[in-house]
Design a protein around this ligand. Structure first.
Ligand code: SF4
Ligand code: SF4
Length: 298
């Protein structure tokens, strides 16, 4: 089984288009499971045209404190002891715990003289399994204000692996998050190959260099896709030079194409829309896929 992670140093580079297109192209010849690891802004489900939701699971991690106002006699010892600023005090000395700031450390319940503080599990997010036309998709969204996106990606990967074994999948495609934080590390750490998507702009090249540093730290093989190459063709030479110097292969380039945007507005997989419209993006994407297989030695 091959695990291919699609990432980028910055958002909006076309990463989900590449991940969904690879999933679709792979699904024509073998079974594939896709995972949306961009848990703060998941949209791979839309790029794959949706499907039947066959599983929904709420995920919890840690705990948060809760006050029973029937037992509380407003001494405010909890507010004094909290080092995370999670207890604010309303008029009448009423303590209120902010679930986004509470670390569940337990100090407030230790000092509370009336036993008014208890704990409830803290919701991390929601994970779904969707049966798309192109195989199973595991997608998840992190709850507002929560940390733990890396952990959520780990949970998605475990479910994705189970589904890949059940369906005898040859590939797992991960649509990674932008940036270089915990969810990016969770996305690439056990990948067999990392596709880094960039654009011919200084910001995107800077993002490429940062994300490649992480990828190389984990000893991963990587290839680069230059999206919207025709926006600044001269800059592509710089990206190619950078790849040569840093050991990445160039998987290919995609032109700027309004078809991709139009496809999203119609909730149609952009690759299929590009094919229907005879857009050059389709052939370019097929070539990127073939180069990926070549690099993987498949
Ligand atoms: S320490 Fe306990 S009794 Fe005192 S204000 Fe806090 S919750 Fe109420
Ligand atoms: S559990 Fe810890 S972080 Fe949460 S309110 Fe109590 S003292 Fe503050």
């Amino acid at each position: 089984m091959y695990r291919v992670a699609v990432v980028s140093g910055k958002g909006g580079t076309g990463k989900t288009f590449i991940a969904s297109s690879l999933t679709i192209l792979i699904s024509q010849g073998s079974s594939v499971v896709s995972i949306d690891a961009d848990v703060e802004a998941p949209d791979l489900e839309i790029a794959l045209g949706g499907g039947d939701v066959i599983e929904v699971k709420e995920l919890y991690e840690g705990r948060v404190a809760e006050v029973s106002y029937e037992r509380c006699f407003r001494c405010l010892k909890c507010a004094e002891v909290c080092r995370f600023g999670a207890v604010s005090v309303l008029e009448g000395n009423v303590p209120v715990i902010d679930k986004y700031l509470c670390e569940g450390c337990g100090a407030c319940s230790i000092v509370c003289p009336s036993g008014a503080i208890s704990y409830v599990p803290s919701k991390l997010g929601t994970m779904k399994v969707v049966r798309t036309k192109f195989g199973y998709l595991v997608t998840a969204s992190l709850d507002l204000g929560r940390r733990g996106s890396g952990h959520l990606v780990e949970l998605e990967k475990s479910r994705g692996l189970e589904l890949a074994k059940e369906s005898d999948a040859k590939f797992i495609v991960l649509d990674g998050p932008p940036g270089i934080g915990c969810p990016l590390i969770a996305t690439v750490v056990d990948a067999d190959y990392v596709v880094i998507v960039t654009e011919p702009t200084p910001q995107a090249l800077h993002g490429l260099a940062r994300v490649a540093e992480v990828v190389k730290f984990f000893g991963k093989k990587f290839g680069v896709v230059i999206n919207k190459f025709d926006v600044n063709e001269e800059y592509c030479t710089l990206v190619e030079k950078w790849c040569k110097e840093h050991g990445g292969s160039i998987l290919g380039s995609l032109p700027y194409d309004r078809c991709v945007v139009e496809a999203y507005t119609r909730v149609t997989p952009p690759l299929l829309y590009c094919k229907e419209r005879k857009s050059p993006c389709f052939e370019a994407m097929v070539s990127i896929y073939e180069n990926l297989l070549r690099d993987l030695g498949v």
